[in-house]
Design a protein around this ligand. Structure first.
Ligand code: ADP
Length: 668
């Protein structure tokens, strides 16, 4: 064992040798200088710290090349702590310096130079111990960077023990939850957890205990003022130096705005969907009831109202109540048993077209509660606190009615609701105007049909009578001129008869009274007969018939099929004034027969081809040049359809048309 007395017994060389050995085993840098500052001895740790071996008798005060203050200012070597200790003869303690090694790495060092004296008290040198505090400084820097980040974060960063005791609370947490750091340190985290979520914390801690991390967990927390905040939480375990979990760090982000935006986005999408569905009904439907029901339902939904209603701006027999038309959100009875709203201060603005009325709490409104006999809502009425009414005004400025919405809570309706519903009310008014026009047109149309029916009936009897008399006259007159005139008169009467018959047919179709009389007949023969008849009309057109199957019996109304054939052939002749022929083709399959009448006339444009089969439709560009009423094809179409068949046209303007009709061969 080496102690002071055995050390003193050693001779000089051995003593030096042992001292050197001891110095080298110490992990702290130690060196000595003589009274002039020249380095005289140093240990291994000093060489490691300086990054170089000093040159004895040459290097002064310090073994490193450059030294600096902790702030990074260069420090002249002769002012370094060692130089000062030698100069002043006093130890210097704990004045931090930074030494730079030849490889430019810098180390933070605490030097402790202590001067040495001889027996006479003369300074003989100094011994310096250099404590390397680089790691400590680095970790301090890391700590303060981390602290600065935590402090400047807008997120709340909190740490707590596994028992829920808060051990850190940053400024973000102060701003978010309203509690100061002082208020929260040492307190329990449950302070900010809403009642109904208290057990959530236990689950979180269980996860943390098992070393799990919880990312972006969305939940609610309560602020000091009692407000609920939507937050996104990230929780991580905190471990001590030995890796043991001792607590949890929590980062909370306020996502109230994000949640609100998400809700607004969902609401907008829903509103858009509702608006679309209203738009569809409004633009497609001409039925007032359907339009108003849809508008009332949809606007009630858009406003988030508990119930909504549409009232017509028409007064009852007592001249005072508005008429309830549609309802949403409540049963009709629950409204009707309270009587209709009257021309009171609350309802008047809407029905007089003054505009929208939106009140957060109608029961506190000065207009409310003044009117006899209810003075507010009738007893037992559905509770209306939030109130919104929007007039529905027609293009002419007339107030058609009003949409009314109610909610039992206050302040439920916003400017956004008001705007949305005003837009719908505007569209609804247009649709109602259209529906009204449509109703009027329908009435007029019915009147016109009635007139056609009556007129054709009234005409038929005198035309038949005239025809009879003229036929007798034609037989009895002797001279050639009178005979010719009588025949011409008969021809015109035939035309008139045909017109009257067609008009009567139209009327029969309209009333569903076009009777069909079925029989079996040979269609090919019927076509030949009609062609034969056509020859006597002085038509310049030659008619070519192609028919593979002459033995072609069909079960149909012969007279009506003949009517169709005559119509198609006379149209083919009429609408091909410059052609000299037309072709008829009969094709048959096992169960159907198709007759095609092909002309080489003016043809029909594609967009007109569907419409020519409707009542009174004539292609406008041609109607001036050709006489007609536009009912022949309509009747043909009806006849063929009633046979369970099909009538259609293929045509190229300027090249001609081909009309086809196809009917089943046997009975349907
Ligand atoms: P109308 O001939 O008395 O006007 P139709 O109902 O028979 O009435 O025909 C309706 C319309 O169809 C006609 O006005 C005409 O414009 C068009 N049309 C009918 N047949 C032909 C045809 N063969 N060629 C060209 N246009 C035709």
């Amino acid at each position: 064992m080496l102690n002071a007395s055995t050390f003193a017994k050693l001779n000089g060389e051995n003593r030096n040798h042992l001292a050197g050995y001891i110095l080298d085993t110490i992990p702290t840098a130690i060196y000595t200088c003589d009274q002039f500052g020249y380095i005289t001895a140093y240990n291994k740790a000093a060489v490691e710290l300086w990054g170089r071996e000093p040159v004895l008798g040459e290097d002064l005060w310090c073994g490193s090349w450059k030294i600096f203050t902790p702030a990074g200012e260069p420090l002249p070597l002769d002012t370094c702590p060692m130089a000062r200790a030698l100069k002043d003869g006093k130890p210097v303690t704990g004045e931090e310096i930074v030494v730079e090694r030849p490889d430019r790495e810098r180390r933070n060092v605490l030097p402790y130079p202590v001067p040495m004296f001889d027996e006479q008290g003369h300074i003989t040198g100094a011994i310096n111990t250099l404590v390397d505090i680089t790691e400590q400084r680095q970790s301090e820097t890391r700590q303060s960077v981390l602290a600065a980040i935590i402090d400047s974060s807008q997120d709340a960063i909190i740490s707590k023990t596994l028992d829920g005791v808060i051990i850190s609370w940053n400024r973000g947490a102060e701003a978010m939850f309203g509690y100061t750091e002082a208020e929260m340190l040492g307190d329990d985290i449950s302070k900010i957890i809403p009642e109904h979520l208290q057990d959530e914390e236990d689950r979180i801690i269980d996860k943390v205990r098992s070393g799990e991390q919880l990312g972006h967990y969305q939940t609610l927390r309560r602020t000091k003022s009692g407000k609920l905040l939507a937050i996104s939480l990230t929780v991580s375990p905190i471990r001590d130096g030995r890796g043991q979990i001792i607590g949890a760090s929590k980062i909370a982000r306020d996502i109230t705005l994000q949640k609100e935006n998400e809700r607004a986005l969902r609401r907008n999408a829903k509103n858009l969907e509702t608006l679309n569905s209203i738009g569809k009904v409004i633009s497609e439907d001409l039925d007032t009831q359907a339009i108003l029901q849809k508008v009332t339902d949809a606007t009630t939904q858009l406003a988030g109202a508990a119930f909504g209603a549409f009232f017509y701006n028409s007064v009852n027999e007592h001249g005072e109540s508005y008429k309830l038309f549609t309802l949403s959100g409540a049963s009709r009875e629950s409204f009707e048993k309270f009587g209709m709203p009257r021309n009171t201060d609350v309802f008047h603005p809407t029905f007089s077209g003054d505009g929208i009325l939106r009140v957060d709490d109608i029961t506190k409104d000065p207009r409310y509660g003044k009117n006899h006999p209810h003075y507010g809502m009738p007893k037992g009425h559905l509770p209306v606190v939030s109130f919104l009414s929007v007039p529905v005004v027609s293009k002419s400025g007339k107030v058609i009615g009003g949409l009314f919405f109610g909610h039992p809570d206050a302040g439920m309706f916003t400017q956004e609701h008001e705007n949305l519903i005003a837009g719908v009310a505007y569209q609804a008014a247009l649709a109602l105007d259209n529906a009204q026009l449509f109703e009027e047109v329908k009435v007029l149309n019915a009147k016109k049909d009635e007139f056609i029916g009556l007129a054709s009936h009234e005409l038929k009897t005198p035309v038949t009578t005239i025809s009879g008399y003229v036929q007798i006259l034609a037989k009895n007159v002797e001279d050639a001129t009178s005979k010719r005139f009588a025949e011409k008169a008969l021809q015109q009467i035939d035309k008139l008869t045909a017109l009257v018959t067609d008009l009567l047919d139209v009327s029969k179709i309209q009333t569903g009274n076009l009777p069909l009389t079925y029989s079996t007949f040979n269609l090919a023969h019927l076509v030949e007969e009609v062609i034969e008849m056509e020859k006597y009309t002085n038509s310049p057109h030659r008619i070519n018939l192609t028919c593979e199957e002459s033995d072609l019996n069909v079960y149909a109304d012969k007279q009506r099929i003949e009517q169709v054939l005559i119509n198609l052939i006379s149209n083919a002749v009429k609408y091909s004034p410059n052609a000299d022929h037309l072709n008829i083709r009969i094709d048959c399959s096992a169960d159907k027969v198709t007759v095609a009448v092909r002309d080489f006339g003016i043809g029909i444009a594609k967009e007109q081809q569907e419409r020519i089969f409707s009542r009174f439709y004539r292609v406008e560009a041609q109607s001036g040049n050709f006489s007609g009423l536009g009912i022949g094809l309509y009747i043909c179409h009806e006849i063929i359809q009633r046979h369970g068949g099909r009538l259609w046209v293929e045509s190229v303007p300027g090249e001609g048309s081909e009309f086809f009709f196809q009917i089943p061969i046997a009975a349907m």
